[in-house]
Design a binder for this molecule. Structure first.
Ligand code: ADP
Ligand code: ASP
Ligand code: MG
Length: 815
């Protein structure tokens, strides 16, 4: 025989009740069944609301009518008109009784726990009566059972303790007297010795099922709900949560104790004692296997089984010298709390015994505080204890699984994920069983934390990177194109999902909680965008508080740079092709690095030098592996390379410059390239990365332009001046040609000095043979002394720069 328990959503609509009846029909073909039912979803909460309103002397008719209507609607939908009346009548009787009780509460404006339980009991009684009547249309032998009198408890109303022996006896007797019947039993409700209604705690219908299962030695206790079993995390928080095929009783207990609402924790005990498997299944997807909670679970490869969380928790901290070495102190504290029925969710004590922190339900926090103040009055007065403080707005996150016991590094992985996402941990507890590690954190970080931890532990799933992109110019556009094209591959091979959550250019911005599809981002921007406001963009990005965030700066403007530090300090990584940040004040350059280190995020700027070429990375690897850079020689202006490589024969200088700009090889303002400024910035960044505390003015630049060109006030004027000075450039060209030499603009770092000079080199020089917009850089180091390490390739252009930005983003994702 199996027990089938259907939760609130499974009796919540005409469609779900029909599904429920089909499931019962199928199950009965194989096994005898007993059906345990919850109240219709939302009804218990409405009953509670009514009770509280009545207690305050407020009108409670609206929720009462809502409950009536919920039931009547189902009856009208699922019963033929001829069969409706008796059901309406009986339900009306229930609602009248309920109204009488509520009126009594309203009259005296007092609501005892006992009366509250009585009021709540109507949820299960109404649903069970209603569903059993509907079931009569399909099955001949249905009997509705008000199960309250069959489960005996103490008088702890609201969360009564079950007398298992007596209840099992009553249930088995009842069952024996009803053989051949299809029983529909109320969940959640029970009664005390005096026959008064008690309840088993919120979510307690699961427990009812387990008690019946234990009494009748059921083959299975099936919990039918609205999700595919127990998932790795609460699916309302983690979209990627997936169903766990198997769990041990302890794992299920720990997960549900720390908030996995799908099953009520006490349910596990009777099942565990009798080794009856509990199966959690989905009423809306009956074919899915669901989750088995049972004795001999197979070994699983997963490092942890699940992550659960309690949204609202308060902590109290008790500290002071009076606690040190005092045996029995914590005994006194916790027996006090237990005597007063305050449930302590978790406890941590510092090894110096100087302080104890414990977490309780927020509703109990003030009560706990008052009790402690009374109990330890003497110690507090003598200042041996500090006055305890309550902290609210906190949550608990717990990772659970038996494998934790055998796997080192689990907590490191947990704290790494939290740390990288800027989640501040307030307290930590590890159960001695090593089945769980729980941390207390700020409530506002909970969703981010659970998602980040989920990504960290379930590597086989795609890790999600949430990116916010600034700039929709050549590079921005190209990046979106590459991202869109590459996403399926990334998902397949890199286990990475990149979601664009925000886009801004200088005019418009759009941030979306759902993410922005890249196939028509421009359209989305036109439809939904608000006026661009960088400050607001950053604020909104931070407020979304998403895990694994990357801010991508594809602009060449100083504005975003002003926010870098704040962004890094908000635990958001930065990928930037914008050189301005790293080439302004040295102090600022250091501040970015420091912030990234401190907040364990990444600050990647590979494309600051040589577009997508691995220059910054190579230098970093050399330095980190202990090599010493003696000299760096480089051509780092792809623009100037392009210009010199194409400035030959009949061609004029200004037309070649124009062409370079049209091909996207120049900075938005070509003067930044030709006045050597862009090159200077790159050399400065390299010098700084090579360990030199250097400023812009420490770099000497030989100008390749005559003074009139340098003095131009606008781009148009600049082109005009280039044309005016055509003879100057022609002269350079012919001189070089006459000597079989080529013009090269070369940067050099040696002995802590950086200079950029215009040189004419012949074919013996390694930089002679350079084509197109290529960059070249040679590192002479302790290890690469005789033959330098050379990196060469296309070092400008939107396509290669975007590819470099893309690679940096992926590198953030790999962490
Ligand atoms: P029922 O009304 O069927 O008893 P509950 O609302 O009590 O259902 O529990 C089911 C809900 O529990 C799911 O809809 C889901 O939102 C929530 N839940 C929280 N954590 C988990 C988890 N780890 N696995 C599955 N569901 C979870
Ligand atoms: N109806 C009760 C509640 O909402 C019991 C249950 O659904 O399990 O808490
Ligand atoms: Mg439930």
């Amino acid at each position: 025989m199996n027990i089938l328990k259907f939760g609130g959503t499974s009796v919540g609509s005409a469609k779900s009740i029909s599904a429920l009846l089909d499931i019962v029909e199928e199950s009965r073909k194989k096994e005898d069944c007993i059906i345990v039912l919850s109240a219709m979803s939302g009804v218990t909460n409405l009953l509670l609301e009514m009770a509280e309103r009545a207690q305050l002397g407020e009108d409670y008719m609206a929720p009462l009518l809502a409950i009536e209507e919920k039931h009547f609607e189902i009856i009208r939908a699922l019963l033929p008109a001829s069969a409706q009346n008796p059901v309406f009548t009986k339900l009306k009787i229930y609602f009248n009784e309920l109204e009488d009780i509520l009126q009594a509460v309203l009259n005296i404006q007092e609501l005892t726990a006992q009366t509250k339980d009585l009021i709540l009991s109507y949820g299960e009684r109404c649903s069970t009566f209603m569903v059993s009547h509907i079931a009569k249309q399909k099955f001949a032998d249905v009997e509705a059972v008000d199960g309250a009198q069959l489960i005996k408890t103490d008088s702890n109303f609201g969360q009564a303790k079950v007398d298992m022996d007596l209840s099992e006896l009553l249930i088995s007797d009842f069952y024996a007297a009803h053989t051949g019947k299809l029983l529909f039993v109320t969940g959640f409700i029970s009664s005390n010795e005096a026959g008064r209604v008690t309840t088993l705690g919120r979510g307690g219908s699961d427990y009812t099922a387990a008690i019946w299962g234990s009494a009748l030695n059921a083959g299975e206790i099936q919990i039918w709900t609205d999700v595919n079993g127990m998932l790795t995390a609460d699916p309302r928080i983690v979209e990627k949560a997936f169903s766990l095929p198997e769990l041990s009783y302890t794992e299920a207990m720990e997960l549900s104790y720390f908030g996995a609402k799908v099953i009520y924790p006490p349910t596990m005990t009777p099942a565990f004692l009798k080794k009856i498997p509990i199966v959690i299944k989905n009423t809306f997807d009956a074919a899915f296997a669901g989750t088995y909670i049972r004795h001999d679970v197979k070994h699983s490869e997963l490092p942890i089984k699940g992550i659960s969380s309690i949204d609202e928790i308060s902590i109290l901290n008790l500290s002071g010298s009076g606690m040190v070495g005092k045996t029995g102190f914590s005994g006194r504290l916790f027996s006090l709390l237990s005597r007063e029925q305050i449930n302590v969710v978790l406890i941590t004590q510092s090894s110096s015994e100087h302080s104890i922190t414990f977490a309780v339900n927020p509703a109990d926090a003030i009560k706990a505080l008052n009790l402690i103040s009374k109990e330890f009055e003497l110690e507090l007065q003598a200042k041996k204890l500090e006055y305890p403080q309550v902290e609210n707005e906190l949550s608990v996150l717990a990772i659970v699984g038996e494998n934790m016991k055998h796997t080192p590094g689990i907590s490191a992985r947990l704290f790494n994920a939290l740390g990288r996402n800027g989640v501040n941990v307030r307290a930590i507890a590890q159960g001695s069983s090593e089945y769980n590690i729980s941390v207390i954190l700020s409530k506002s970080d909970l969703s981010k934390a659970v998602n980040a931890v989920h990504d960290a532990f379930y590597e086989d799933l795609k890790k999600t990177l949430n990116i916010f992109c600034l700039g929709t110019g050549n590079i921005g556009k190209e990046l979106f194109k590459q991202l869109e094209k590459q996403m399926p591959f990334l998902a397949e091979n890199n286990d990475l999902q990149v979601k664009v959550m925000g886009i801004s250019n200088s005019k418009q911005m759009y941030l979306s909680e759902k993410g922005i599809a890249l196939d028509n981002w421009q359209l989305k921007l036109d439809e939904h965008a608000e006026p661009a406001d960088l400050k607001l963009f950053v604020k909104k990005m931070k407020a979304m508080n998403l895990p694994n965030c990357v801010f991508v700066d594809n602009t060449a403007s100083v504005n975003p740079v002003n926010y870098y530090k704040e962004i890094l300090e908000g635990s958001i990584s930065i990928v930037t092709c914008n050189k301005i940040g790293n080439s302004a004040d040295y102090e600022q350059y250091c501040a970015f690095k420091k912030a990234a280190r401190k907040y364990s995020v990444d600050f990647y700027y590979e494309t600051n030098v040589g577009a997508g070429l691995p220059i910054i990375r190579t230098l970093k690897d050399l330095m980190m592996s202990g090599d010493k850079v003696a000299k760096i020689e480089a051509i780092l202006s792809g623009t100037i390379s392009y210009i010199f490589n194409n400035f030959k024969g009949e061609r004029l200088f200004h037309t070649v410059v124009k062409e370079a700009q049209e091909l996207g090889y120049t900075e938005p303002d070509p003067r930044d390239d030709l006045n050597g400024k862009d090159f200077m910035r790159k050399m400065l960044i390299l010098a700084r990365d090579a360990g030199y505390a250097m400023e812009e003015q420490d770099i000497s630049i030989e100008s390749m332009l005559p003074p009139a060109c340098l003095a131009a006030n606008s781009v148009t004027e600049f082109y005009q001046e280039l044309e005016n000075n055509a003879a100057y450039f022609e002269n350079m060209k012919t001189q070089a040609a006459n000597h079989q030499q080529v013009l090269r603009y070369i940067g050099k770092l040696e002995d802590g000095k950086v200079e950029i000079t215009l040189q004419m080199v012949d074919e013996s020089h390694p930089f002679f043979a350079l084509s197109g917009s290529d960059n070249i850089i040679s590192f002479t180091t302790d290890r690469y002394k005789d033959r330098p390490l050379v990196v060469k390739g296309p070092g400008a252009g939107a396509e290669v720069t975007a590819a470099g930005v893309f690679a940096d983003i992926i590198n953030v994702g790999k962490k």
